[in-house]
Design a protein around this ligand. Sequence first.
Ligand SMILES: Cc1ncc(COP(=O)(O)O)c(C=O)c1O
Length: 420
Amino acid sequence: MLRESNSSNPGVNLNLSHMTPKSVPMPIYMDHNATTPVDPRVSQAMAPFLAEQFGNASSSSHAFGWQAQAAVKKAREQVAALLSCRAADVIWTSGATESNNLALLGVVRAFCSPAVRGGEKPHIITQVTEHKAVLEVLDAALEWGAEVTVLGVDQEGLISLAELEKAFRPSTVMVSIMMANNEIGAVQPVAEIGEMCNKRGVIFHTDAAQSACKYAFNLQSLKIDMLSLSGHKVYAPKGVGALIVRKINREFTLKPILFGGEQEQRLRPGTLNVPGIVGFGEACAVAALDIKEECKRLHAYQKQILDAVAAFPRVKINGPLKNRLCNNLSFSFPDLPPDDLVLGLSGVAYSSGSACNSSNPRPSHVLKAMGLDDQLARSTLRLGLGRFTTDEEVSVVIDKLVKMLGKAYGAKGTATVQPL
Ligand SMILES: Cc1ncc(COP(=O)(O)O)c(C=O)c1O
C-alpha cells in the first residue's frame, strides 16, 4: 500500500511490490548487449554517495567536496588500471553516445576552423555497422563541414584492411571504427587499424562500449587515441561513461562540444555524477578481478548454444566464429513466422538487434550491410550472455531453441560448428 502522505511525513513508500503481479515470473535475462544489471558490489560502493557523501566534486573548500573528489580520483584510477592507460586520460561523460559525440565532433570542431587547414575539409573514415551513436554523429559532422567515407563490411561484418588503406587521403584526420559490434559481436582488427593510423599521424577513435570488461585488451599495446565507454554495459548504472583521450601516440586538439564549466580538463562541463562515476570505477575493478576466466565461462555457454543451433543447417549464424565477443550470439531464421519465435522463446528476454533501434520497423542496418535480405534480417535473434547467466538458464534456452527449430525445420542434423 502507498503510505498516505501527511504534513509531517510526505513519505512515499517506494516498495512497489504491490503493483507487480506475483504470479508473473521475470524472464531469463539474455540481453546483456542491450544493458547489464548493476553488480551488487557496484551498488554497494555507490550507496554512500547517494546518501551522506553527497558533495560536489568541484567544491574545494570543505570536506564534502574533498570526499567526492577522492572518490572520483579513485574511480579514474580503477578505469585506468583495467585499460592500462593513465588516470588523467579518463574524461567522464554520461555514456558512450556522449563519448562518441565528443570524440568525433570535438575533432571536427578542431579541424574545421578555416584558420587550421586553410579551408580544406577534414576527412573521417568509419564503417557501415557502427552504432547510430557514431553514424548519426558523422551525419552532423558532414553539416559541420567534414567529409566522411563509410567502409563496407564482409559477410561476417568485418572491415577489409586493404579497403581502409585505399580510403586514406591526405586530408584524413580521423578513423572511427568500433572495437566490437553490439548486434553480431564482430571484433574489428583494431591493433592493425591503430598501426595504419599511427603511421600516417591520423587520430584513431574506437567505440568500445560493448568490448570493455568483456574482452581483455591493453591500451599500452594498441595505437588507440580515443576510446568510448559506457557504464551500463559493464554492470554499472546508466547515465555514466567515459571517453579515454590518450595523447601518448601524438598530440592532437580536441575541442569541447558542451559549454558552461571547467570540469574534465575543460572538455566536458557539468557537475560530475559522483555516484555513477564511483559505480563505473568499481565495475572496472570488479571486471579486472577475473576478466579472462569470465570470458572463458561465457565462451563455453556461447559454444553450447551455437552447437545446438548449428544442428539446424537452415539457421544462419550471423557474425564471425572467431574474432567475436564471448557473450554474443546472433541467428537468423529463414521462413520462421515471427509469432513462432515469440512463442518458442517465451520466458526469455532476448532482442532482435540493437536495443536503440527496437522501435524501428526497418531491418537492422548491420545485418543488411552483411548481405541479409529484409525477411532474414527481420527474423533475427540476438542473445547476450552475462555475469549472472547460469548453467540452468543456458540449458533452458537451448531446450526452447531446439524445440522451436525442430518444429520449424524438422529433425535436427548432426552439424557442429568449428571451434570459436
Ligand atoms: C556499440 C555501442 N555504442 C554506443 C552505445 C550507446 O551507449 P550509451 O547507452 O552508453 O549511450 C551502445 C549502446 O547500445 C553500443 O552498443
